[in-house]
Write a protein that binds this ligand. Structure first.
Ligand code: ZN
Length: 247
């Protein structure tokens, strides 16, 4: 009798435990995606604030430097004063301390956290707390190679803000990855990589790998789905979004 009771108690407990586990599993299945989604949305909003700050800094820079958008590269030396490397004026406008920090390596707090999560274990970076800016965001001028009003492919990086066509729809800064063709399905990435041997590709880090943050030449920022960024042909309305002087 005693044994039977004990077995009954044990069986009851097991069933109860299974029910509780099942309920927890169902709740986790419902809540975890929501939590992940909320986290991803938070990262995306933070990233948009960062890229909007870059856009504002570039607009202010133009105000100071005779309407010129911060150049991708100010001189023939590829290492000289890129917007993210050695350009103290722009670094200052971006809110980084002048004279102590270059923008090439920035604290991970200053860039898209979705990128830093991917890079946290990459030994090429000096510390997980720092990341190379060129692997997170690109100056939109970088992308207009061979299609701007200048004939040479590398030295022109000068665009006057007051000459930009439709500044509210042309890409001033956007999310990119300098590591190679991570998104080989995207024709835009293929074009950049093949035509110029530049490993800068669009990086769709948000909305489950579908969207990127973009700052426009007028200073506003948007999260955009890749279907509104990439293009399939020259007749695609997206084709000129990253070409400030066109149309
Ligand atoms: Zn981002």
């Amino acid at each position: 009798m005693r044994k039977k009771t004990s077995a009954f108690v044990l069986n009851f407990t097991l069933i109860e435990l299974l029910v509780v586990i099942a309920i927890i599993a169902v709740l986790a299945g419902i809540l975890l995606p929501a939590l992940n989604s909320a986290r991803d949305k938070g990262i995306s909003i933070s990233c948009m604030n960062t890229i909007r700050t870059l856009g504002f800094a570039a607009v202010q820079y133009a105000g100071t430097y005779n309407e010129y958008w911060v150049p991708y590269n100010r001189g023939g030396d590829a290492n000289y004063a890129k917007w993210y490397n050695g350009n103290r004026e722009f670094a200052s406008l971006h809110g980084l301390p002048v004279g102590s920090v270059e923008m090439r390596f920035v604290k991970t707090a200053s860039v898209c956290r979705a990128a830093t999560l991917l890079r946290a274990t990459d030994a090429r970076y000096p510390s997980p707390a720092w990341i190379c800016m060129e692997n997170v965001y690109a100056n939109g001028l970088h992308l207009d190679v061979e299609n701007g009003p200048f004939s040479d492919t590398w030295e022109y990086r000068f665009v006057r803000l007051n000459k930009v066509k439709q500044p509210s729809s042309r890409f001033g800064f956007l999310e990119t990855n300098n590591e190679g063709r991570t998104n080989s399905n995207y024709k835009w990435a293929d074009w950049i990589a093949d035509r110029n041997a530049v490993k800068t590709v669009p990086a769709y880090r948000h909305n489950g790998g579908r969207a990127m943050n973009i700052a426009f030449f007028d200073g506003h920022a948007e999260l955009r789905d890749y279907t509104r960024v990439d293009y399939a042909s020259t007749s695609d309305p997206n084709y000129n979004l990253w070409r400030p002087y066109k149309y």
